[in-house]
Design a protein around this ligand. Structure first.
Ligand code: OOG
Ligand code: NI
Length: 459
C-alpha cells in the first residue's frame, strides 16, 4: 500500500511554523513584535465586531495569527530555479515581477505564495525572493570574482535536493519525507555567522553595494525578516518603542483610511551582527542583514485602482520626499493624507467605480429578478454581499523603502530603470503569474458561485 501524501498546504503550514521558531531564536525582537501584534489584533477585533465579521466571512480570521511573509536574496539563476521547485513542494508559486533597479537596489524579484483562495485561507505564507543583478555592478573584476564565489556555493542540502526530486516524481511527499523536507529546507534559510569570503573581498563587495555583500559573502540566503500581519499598523508602530523597538520613521504605502487598501508596512532597523571572515585568522567584522517588519493588508486594487494609487503616491512623494532620518515624517504623512483624499474611501464607491476586487456571496435574500443581473444590482437589491478581497502581494516602492532603510542610509544609488522580466523568467525556469489575473479570477469565481446559488434558491 502506498502511503498518502501530506498536502502542500500542510507542508507549508509546518514550514512557516518552523521558520518562525527558528527566527524567534535568531532574532529575539521578532518574538517581542509577534506578541505585540497579537495583542493589538485581539484589541482591534474586540473593538470592531464588523471587522471580525468581515474577516470571518472571507475566511481570514483564523489565518491571521499565523500569517507571515519572509524575504530572501539569491545569487544565481540556478539557485532561483531550484528555489522555485522547493517552494512548489509546499504549494507556493511565483506571482508578480518587481523591478527594484529603479529604486537603486540591484535586484529583481517575485513573491512565492499560494495562489488559490482555499490554499490562501489555509496558510498564506509568502516569501519575497530577489535575485541579485551582478550586471548592474560597474567594476568588471569584482563582478567576475563575485560570480565565481556564487558559482561555488551550495545553498541546498543534498538531502533537500533528493526530496524535491522525489516530490516531483511522485507528485507529493508522504509523512516521513514531508517531515524531513521541512527540516532540510529550513537549513537553506539559516543565518551563518561565518562569511565565506575574506574581509578584503567583503569590503569591496560592500563598497559596490551593501546588498551585493549580503548575497555574495555568505553561504546561504538567510531569511532577512519575517513579518506578522497586524490589523492596526499605526497602533503597533506607536507601541513599538515601549517594547524597546525603534521603528523606521514612516509607514510605507497608502495612508490610514476607513477602507484599508493594498499594503502598509513598517520595519525596525537591521541588527548589527558579528561576522567572522575567511583567512586573516578569522578577522571579525560587522554586517547588517536581518530586521523586523509588520504589515497591514487591505483591499486588492484593479489595474485602474492601482494606477490611481501609483499616481497619488508619486504626487505625494514629489511634494515631500520622505527623508531617511525621519526629519520630515510628519509633513510627509500629512501630505499623503491630503493627496489621497482623491482616492474614494467607502466600499461601495470602490466597488462600483471598479477600483478594487470583491468577493461576492449570497445574503440569503431572494427576489423575482434574474440572478444574471449586474453584480452591482444584486448587491443594491440586498441579494449579495461584497467583501473586499485582500491584497496578497507586495509593492515595489514600499519594498525599495524597506530595502533602503535596512541597508543603511548611504546605500541609495541610482541605476538605470532596467526591468528585465524575460531574463528573470528564463532564470526562474517558469513564467511568473500575473497578480491581477488571480484577483480577477477569484472575484469572477465568487460571483459565478453566488449567482448559481441564487438561481438554485429561486428554483
Ligand atoms: C525584501 C524587501 C521587500 C517587502 O515586504 O516589501 C519586502 C528584502 O529586503 O530582501 O520584504
Ligand atoms: Ni517584507
Amino acid at each position: 500500500m502506498t502511503e498518502p501524501h501530506v498536502s502542500p498546504d500542510e507542508i507549508r503550514a509546518r514550514f512557516a511554523r518552523a521558520m518562525s521558531g527558528m527566527y524567534r531564536e535568531e532574532v529575539p525582537a521578532y518574538g517581542t513584535l509577534v506578541r505585540l501584534v497579537e495583542t493589538v489584533n485581539a484589541e482591534t477585533l474586540a473593538a470592531d465586531p464588523d471587522l471580525a465579521a468581515r474577516l470571518s466571512a472571507t475566511d481570514e480570521l483564523d489565518r491571521i495569527d499565523e500569517e507571515r511573509h519572509g524575504a530572501i536574496r539569491l545569487g544565481t539563476a540556478a539557485e532561483l530555479s531550484t528555489m522555485r521547485r522547493l517552494f512548489a513542494v509546499m504549494g507556493m508559486h511565483p506571482v508578480g515581477y518587481y523591478d527594484l533597479s529603479v529604486a537603486g537596489v540591484p535586484v529583481h524579484s517575485t513573491a512565492f505564495r499560494p495562489v488559490d483562495p482555499a490554499a490562501l485561507s489555509a496558510n498564506p505564507f509568502r516569501v519575497f525572493t530577489s535575485l541579485l543583478r551582478l550586471d548592474l555592478i560597474e567594476d568588471a573584476d569584482l563582478r567576475a570574482q563575485a560570480a565565481t564565489v556564487l558559482e561555488g556555493r551550495r545553498i541546498f542540502t543534498p538531502r533537500c535536493l533528493e526530496l524535491i526530486d522525489g516530490a516531483e516524481r511522485a507528485g507529493g511527499l508522504a509523512e516521513a519525507d514531508a517531515t524531513a523536507f521541512v527540516a532540510e529546507a529550513l537549513e537553506t534559510f539559516r543565518w551563518h555567522e561565518k562569511a565565506h569570503v575574506s574581509a578584503d573581498l567583503y569590503r569591496r563587495l560592500s563598497d559596490a553595494h551593501r546588498l551585493v555583500a549580503d548575497v555574495v559573502a555568505f553561504k546561504g540566503p538567510h531569511i532577512n525578516h519575517l513579518t506578522p500581519r497586524t490589523l492596526d499598523i499605526d497602533a503597533v508602530q506607536a507601541r513599538m518603542p515601549d517594547e524597546g523597538i525603534a521603528p523606521k520613521a514612516v509607514v510605507e504605502g497608502p495612508p490610514r483610511r476607513a477602507v484599508p487598501i493594498l499594503l502598509r508596512q513598517t520595519s525596525f532597523k537591521a541588527l548589527e551582527e558579528a561576522v567572522a571572515f575567511e583567512g586573516d585568522d578569522g578577522a571579525q567584522g560587522r554586517h547588517t542583514a536581518r530586521f523586523g517588519e509588520i504589515e497591514q493588508r487591505g483591499l486588492a486594487l484593479t489595474p485602474r485602482g492601482q494606477a490611481l494609487y501609483d499616481r497619488l503616491l508619486a504626487e505625494a512623494r514629489a511634494r515631500v520626499t520622505p527623508a531617511a532620518d525621519g526629519s520630515n515624517a510628519a509633513r510627509y504623512v500629512e501630505t499623503l493624507q491630503d493627496v489621497f483624499a482623491g482616492f474614494p474611501d467607502d466600499p461601495d464607491t470602490l466597488r462600483t467605480e471598479g477600483l478594487g476586487y470583491f468577493r461576492y456571496a449570497p445574503t440569503g435574500k431572494t427576489d423575482d429578478g434574474s440572478p444574471d443581473r449586474d453584480a452591482a444590482d444584486l448587491v443594491a437589491a440586498g441579494l449579495l454581499r461584497a467583501d473586499p478581497i485582500t491584497y496578497e502581494d507586495f509593492l515595489p516602492v514600499s519594498a525599495a523603502g524597506i530595502f533602503q532603510s535596512n541597508l543603511g542610509d548611504g546605500a541609495a544609488q541610482t541605476f538605470e530603470a532596467d526591468p528585465s522580466r524575460e531574463r528573470f523568467e528564463a532564470d526562474l525556469g517558469a513564467p511568473v503569474t500575473d497578480l491581477h489575473a488571480l484577483y480577477a479570477e477569484a472575484e469572477a469565481a465568487s460571483l459565478a458561485h453566488a449567482r448559481a446559488e441564487l438561481a438554485r434558491r429561486a428554483a
